[in-house]
Design a protein around this ligand. Structure first.
Ligand code: ZN
Length: 330
């Protein structure tokens, strides 16, 4: 359906809608072609249109207008929609599990993806990983209801840097976090990575240089081709590229969104930060004082656990950095 050619009239209407950026005109011709309502999700966003895939049938993918009262959509959103002859219509957005934002060029937060079930935090021997950097992502995962998976990439780079990053990974594995080792160069570990994605909607995160793009290319070899084809469908040259895009990986999905690199913590409370430290959770109720700062308060169970070696030292340091960074008034 996505490959069907558009009539001149439809092309003109789409172009007009894209330029005006106003609500789409769903005329009687489109309305009369619509099939029964079904569940789907947003694969890409083109301004006044979205590309929707049917939840039950991966062969059904079609561009669709949003009805005037439909809430704003982002890639990953689950929707109720109706397929049509040439173009479908989204009737409603289903409740979101979560929604990720990034600042636009004016610094205003902009929604980029929704319903991420797992966040794969990619690290590498080079550039080296830091506990604090990883812990930020783990806090964000807990806050946004995403299951974290730590992925050590570039395990083909042997030497001290690999040993050091394996040590970091082992520390998280011991705490109970899911950890994987892969190499997008040799293909090692990629099957396990695909298995971890299976049945889930995921996203890759990590600092630049850790090899997110090469991993993405391995997981979805036809990604570039797919984007090219999609840009081609939209008739006007502008607004055709989409910042985020959903790709199938087996029976799971990967949302590629180049914008999300860091998650801000400044709207989070101390409890939000602590929730990202799995090994601290059970200890909190044992602190002597209810308003324990966990940093120098007497009778603090976290400090006691750190002294006993139950909380790894780098994690405690990281916890303090994040606690001092978050909004303490919350
Ligand atoms: Zn405490």
């Amino acid at each position: 359906m996505a490959k069907r050619r558009l009539t001149k009239r439809q092309q003109a209407r789409i172009a007009q809608n894209q330029e005006s950026k106003g609500p789409a005109v769903i005329d009687t011709e489109i309305e009369s072609s619509l099939q029964a309502e079904q569940a789907g999700f947003v694969v890409a966003h083109f301004g006044t249109q979205v590309l929707v895939q049917s939840t039950g049938n991966s062969n059904v993918q079609q561009r669709a207008y949003m009805r005037a009262n439909t809430p704003a959509l982002v890639v990953g959103d689950k929707v109720l929609w109706q397929a049509g002859l040439d173009i479908g219509v989204v009737n409603n957005r289903l409740p979101r599990r979560n929604m990720l934002e990034r600042p636009d060029h004016r610094g205003k937060p902009r929604a980029v993806a929704a319903n991420i079930e797992k966040l794969f935090v990619v690290i590498a021997p080079e550039p080296p990983a830091y506990y604090n950097f990883i812990d930020r992502y783990l806090v964000a995962c807990e806050y946004h209801n995403m299951q974290p998976v730590l992925v050590l990439n570039k395990i083909d780079i042997e030497g001290d840097t690999l040993d050091a990053s394996r040590e970091i990974l082992q520390l998280y594995r011991d705490i109970g976090y899911e950890c994987l080792e892969v190499s997008s160069t040799t293909g090692q570990g990629l099957d396990e990575l695909r298995q971890a994605i299976s049945g889930h909607q995921i996203m890759l995160a990590g600092q630049s240089g850790v090899g997110k793009s090469s991993l993405t290319n391995e997981l979805i070899p036809d990604a570039n081709t797919a984007v090219g084809a999609l840009s081609h469908v939209a008739p006007s040259g502008r607004h055709t590229t989409t910042a985020s895009h959903w790709y199938a990986v087996g029976d799971g999905g990967l949302i590629d969104s180049p914008g999300i690199r860091e998650f801000s913590l400044n709207h989070m409370s101390q409890n939000d930060i602590l929730a990202g430290f799995m090994e601290c959770q059970a200890l909190l109720e044992h602190c002597k004082f209810r308003d324990c700062s966990h940093q120098n308060t007497k009778g603090c169970a976290i400090i006691a656990a750190a002294e006993a070696g139950i909380i790894p030292e780098p994690r405690l340091r990281s916890l303090y950095v994040l606690l001092n960074e978050c909004d303490q008034s919350l």
